[in-house]
Design a binder for this molecule. Structure first.
Ligand code: SF4
Length: 318
């Protein structure tokens, strides 16, 4: 979120739940198996549970994930569980209240921590629970080990909760350390980015990191490891120091109906206009295929990214 905040979009510019559902069905028809609702903050949208129910009911969709800042999570867990959400990602960049306020400009630390604890203690209602932590040099890079210990604490809570339902699979908890990336208005500097190898070195001073193979790892762009002595998972998203564009199969649909085939690219296709001007399903599918064919092989270096970013991260969805 930029320091200056954001001006809100008029409601009619946003896709309705029915429009999102129509597109989601087309994407699933074309082979998409996982949909993540992200933001901004999805839980602030009125009746968002309706959307989860609609998406959760699409046959052939295997995973329905939610990324949230956790502020409203505690009140919504029951509804989320019932509506078919299988994965929860919660953003948390610090375990210190004062820092939290400095980073987020919000006074919501206690609510977020309560939401995370409740989510962990209701495992394995969600198949996976991930804490997403962007590490920034001089801001929170002294908290890497604290986050590993926090994940271990959440895992203990989740395992305790799962004793009541032994027939269900064991919960997966993972803290994912994300390299700081350049976005419009996020005060990015080269030096602020801590490469994932440096983060691994910090953990390896105290613990053994054992690489998880692709069957064991939570699907996604992270390099996943088991912290052997604690039995907890950590992941690293190395977008800047070791890009993974070659394996990236993600598409993003913004709240105002633009398709982005890359986080860093420009809007590739105006699906809202197609939906509202009476395009057929076939025409929409063909346009999506053409846009996907333009996906980059590799994102440009940071100075170019800073120049071309046209939206704040909060208006794209991570
Ligand atoms: S293609 Fe774009 S979205 Fe995918 S990993 Fe590369 S930079 Fe990220």
């Amino acid at each position: 979120m930029p320091a200056t905040g954001l001006s809100l979009e008029p409601k009619e510019t946003l896709l309705s739940y029915e429009e999102i559902e129509r597109l989601a069905k087309l994407f699933v028809q074309e082979g998409i198996r996982k949909i993540r609702i992200t933001g901004g903050e999805p839980l602030v949208r009125t009746n968002i549970d309706t959307l989860f129910y609609k998406l959760g009911a699409i046959p052939s969709l295997k995973e329905l994930a939610l990324s949230t800042n956790g502020v409203l999570l505690g009140d919504r867990l029951e509804a989320l569980r019932n509506s078919g959400v299988t994965q929860l990602n919660i953003s948390l960049d610090t375990l210190h209240e004062e820092r939290f306020h400095r980073i987020t400009k919000r006074d919501e630390f206690a609510k977020v921590m309560l939401g995370i604890r409740l989510a962990a203690s209701q495992q394995p209602a969600f198949r996976t629970l991930k804490i997403n932590t962007v590490i920034m040099r001089g801001v929170n890079d002294d908290e890497i080990l604290d986050f590993v210990h926090f994940a271990s604490y959440l895992q203990d809570m989740a395992l305790l909760a799962s004793l009541d339902t032994p027939s269900l699979s064991k919960p997966i908890i993972e803290v994912r350390f994300i390299e700081f990336m350049p976005f419009k208005s996020n005060q990015w500097t080269d030096n602020g980015c801590v490469p994932y190898t440096e983060m691994m070195d910090k953990i390896s001073e105290y613990y053994t990191l054992e690489a998880l193979n692709s069957d064991q790892a939570v699907q996604g762009p992270a390099k996943s490891f088991l912290v052997k002595e604690l039995g907890v998972r950590v992941g690293f998203i190395s977008s800047m120091s070791d890009h993974f564009c070659g394996d990236c199969n993600r598409l993003r649909l913004t709240a105002d109906g633009k398709l982005r085939v890359c986080l860093f690219g420009e809007d590739s296709l105006d699906l809202r206009s197609m939906l509202r001007s009476g395009s057929s399903d076939q025409e929409i599918v063909e346009a999506i295929h053409k846009a996907v064919a333009l996906k980059w092989e590799k994102h440009p270096e940071a100075p170019v990214l800073i120049r071309i970013m046209d939206r704040d991260m909060v208006a794209i969805g991570g």
